[in-house]
Design a protein around this ligand. Structure first.
Ligand SMILES: NC(=O)c1ccc[n+]([C@@H]2O[C@H](COP(=O)([O-])OP(=O)(O)OC[C@H]3O[C@@H](n4cnc5c(N)ncnc54)[C@H](OP(=O)(O)O)[C@@H]3O)[C@@H](O)[C@H]2O)c1
Length: 312
């Protein structure tokens, strides 16, 4: 079934970084019936609220982009709440999508579902070939369950429920709150502060050598919409930059250039590096004609402009 321009499309988590970019993408492509209630309007962890929503609005297509994450301190001290909240939200939405005959559901998971493979790019076949990292395990476990629930609904009932596995992404809706921000948003904020206070040095933990992938949220959105527009989708689709990854050192240099910070970046070698390489292979998605539009520097530039507007 092909998504029609007047079909009701529900974005769960539609005001987050990915959800907002997807909403903009859908609207710009002429999809006129996009439903994206805020957290306040619809609590996804409430089964009653989610059921009432499906009953009332009868979405035909669903994109699940919600998540409970919080700060590192919160994640380390609330594993039960983190696992439960993510399980409840995704299960309520996926279950209702089945019960209310949704045509297609996209479940946004994370590359945290994969085991720690550092010597090559991870493919979709690496899913469940080993345990994921112990770091953020409750979050990974919830995401793994979501992937399997979509697979099982497809196996048992033929539902077109599938999963995307994005790498780290950021964009104009990123939170710059240092407690919650991801690596790019946090580095932009901190380097901007270093510039405005004329700090001579900007310190990063570790060697700066770990390599990760980063994407602009609008590129994640174009991948998701492309997949929703396919006649048939199943299983997992990695969404990665395809650049072979970017080291933290390269990222810091890009941000330094964009922010125009004149001080020196120093590396605190007494601090750990973490996983040295985390890169995915997106050939499955690329075979459908997708590729990112934004290079990392352009994406950082656009995001920094938004940050500057926020701080005035
Ligand atoms: N960002 C990344 O680098 C990255 C990488 C890989 C995978 N992912 C996954 O991709 C998806 C989108 O990520 P994102 O960065 O766009 O996340 P995000 O900006 O944190 O957005 C998540 C959204 O979920 C909402 N939400 C949380 N609990 C809710 C609840 N009980 N009821 C209703 N809404 C609720 C949040 O609303 P409030 O803020 O109002 O609570 C927020 O709008 C997530 O599933 C995430 O796990 C993200």
């Amino acid at each position: 079934m092909i998504m029609g321009h007047n079909d009701a499309i529900f974005i769960a988590g539609g005001h987050g970084v990915a959800g907002s970019a997807i909403r903009r993408r859908l609207l710009s492509k002429g999809y006129s019936n996009v439903l994206s209630p805020t957290h306040k309007e619809l609590d996804l962890s409430s089964q009653d609220e989610v059921e009432s929503f499906f009953k009332e609005y009868k979405p035909k297509y669903v994109l699940y982009t919600a998540a409970k994450m919080g700060s590192i301190t919160y994640r380390n001290s609330h594993p039960a709440e983190l696992l439960l909240e993510n399980l409840l939200m995704q299960t309520n939405v996926i279950r209702c999508a089945h019960r209310f005959d949704v045509e297609k559901l996209l479940f946004m998971s994370s590359d945290f579902i994969y085991p720690e493979i550092q010597d090559r790019a991870m493919t979709e076949d690496d899913f469940l070939s080993g345990l994921p990292s112990k770091r953020d395990f409750p979050y990974s476990l919830a995401k793994i369950t979501g992937v399997k629930l979509c697979d099982y609904y497809r196996e048992e009932y033929g539902n077109q429920f599938f999963t995307v596995v994005p790498c780290a992404f950021f964009g104009t809706d990123s939170s710059f709150d240092l407690e919650r921000a991801n690596v790019v948003a946090s580095m932009i904020h901190r380097m901007h502060d270093a510039k405005t206070t004329n700090a001579a040095e900007f310190t990063l933990w570790g060697t700066g050598k770990p390599v990760k992938e980063f994407l602009f949220s609008d590129d994640v959105a174009s991948a998701c919409v492309l997949l929703m527009e396919q006649e048939s989708v199943e299983g997992l689709y990695n969404i990665g930059s395809g650049s072979g990854g970017t080291s933290i050192r390269e990222l810091a240099d890009i941000i330094k250039n964009v922010v125009d910070y004149k001080g020196q970046i120093v590396y605190d070698l007494s601090k750990p590096d973490g996983i040295m390489r985390r890169v995915t292979n997106s050939s499955r998605l690329r075979a459908l004609g997708w590729k990112p539009e934004y290079d990392l520097e352009t994406a950082v530039r656009i995001t920094y402009e938004h940050f500057q507007k926020q701080v005035g």
